[in-house]
Design a protein around this ligand. Structure first.
Ligand code: PHE
Length: 327
């Protein structure tokens, strides 16, 4: 008994609130039901009353000291603003670091590619008026794109739309600056459309060049350069004649990849053409003096091809199991 009291005294002597690292262990060892102090109290019944009184006051003092140490240690470990909780015994909290979205990765890569050949960045609003989105781009009044089925109208007056393409930025850029013009405009666009290859919101990167002596040859050269920079060499490219109200002539470009059967799977990635003289005129640029070419690349399509994503909707579901693969 004397030995136990002595060792208890020594142990408590050595401790201070600051040196108690594991408060709960301290409580178990010196204060709780299984503690050393409790053990001494439990063996009291074997003592005669004189010894009991003598030893009792001593052990009570030790018990009180243990409680004071415990209270002070708790106090010293109160949460603070910088250190909300300090419990070294808790398992660490794992922080998942985020990563760039595949669409952001593709958009950034495209901006670098076009920056390298002298394109600067242009911007336009996502809520666009009918004139910039359609009229100035030579869309006829009864063009099907102006239908509610294809376009999201913002109000009932048919005046404001969620831009259906980034081509409105062509108009804004030409009205704002004089040629030579050499810009790209990446951004979000909207159409009433939804399946595995169409999403009601998707992304385009518009390109516009206006200068003297610009030809279709320059357009093809630029697009060949971009596809090789982006996809590398193992891909086929083809142009198909097409129609857009704001370019003449117009084309679409497909990227082809060899399939297992030895054939080629084609995917449309952009529309392009020479800026229609009527559009230049709408934007106060003399078509007798200047020509231009334009293209609109589907960023989502590029991401799907590059990363082998089978369904466009995966890009918009924010499923971390999908997004984690791009970190
Ligand atoms: N704006 C067209 C589309 O969304 C693409 C395009 C851009 C075509 C520029 C020609 C020139 O389909």
């Amino acid at each position: 008994m004397q030995d136990k009291i002595k060792s208890l005294e020594d142990a408590l002597q050595k401790l201070s609130p600051e040196t108690i690292k594991d408060i709960e262990a301290f409580k178990r060892q010196y204060i709780g039901k299984q503690s050393l102090i409790q053990e001494i109290f439990n063996s009291f019944k074997n003592l005669d009353s004189d010894t009991k009184r003598l030893v009792g006051s001593k052990v009570n003092a030790l018990k009180q000291r243990a409680q004071e140490l415990y209270d002070a240690a708790l106090e010293a470990n109160q949460p603070t603003a910088e250190m909300p909780w300090r419990d070294a015994s808790l398992p660490g909290r794992h922080m998942n670091s985020g990563s760039l979205h595949p669409l952001t990765l593709v958009e950034q890569e495209l901006m670098e590619i076009f920056d390298f050949i002298g394109f600067t960045l242009a911007k336009g609003p996502e809520i666009e008026d009918d004139w910039h989105n359609f009229t100035a781009l030579n869309f006829a009044a009864n063009h099907p794109a102006r239908d509610m089925q294809d376009t999201f109208f913002v109000d009932s007056g048919d005046e404001w739309v969620l831009r259906t393409h980034t081509s409105g930025v062509q108009v804004r850029t030409m009205l704002r600056s004089k040629p030579p013009i050499r810009v790209i405009a990446p951004g979000r666009v909207y159409r009433c459309d939804s399946d595995a290859t169409h999403s009601p919101v998707f992304h385009q990167l518009e390109g516009l060049v206006v200068d003297k002596r610009v030809s279709f040859k320059d357009l093809k050269e630029t697009l060949y350069y971009f596809t090789e920079a982006f996809f590398g060499k193992g891909f086929e490219v083809r142009f198909r004649p097409s129609y857009f109200p704001f370019t003449e002539p117009s084309a679409e470009m497909d990227i082809g990849k060899k399939n297992a059967q030895g054939g080629i799977d084609w995917m449309e990635i952009l529309g392009c053409g020479m800026v229609d003289p009527a559009v230049l005129e709408n934007c106060d640029i003399d078509p007798n003096e200047y020509q231009g070419y334009a293209f609109g690349i589907g960023i989502d399509r590029l991401a799907m091809l590059k990363f082998g994503i089978p369904d466009i909707r995966l890009l918009y579901e924010n499923d971390s199991r999908f997004l984690r693969q791009f970190s």
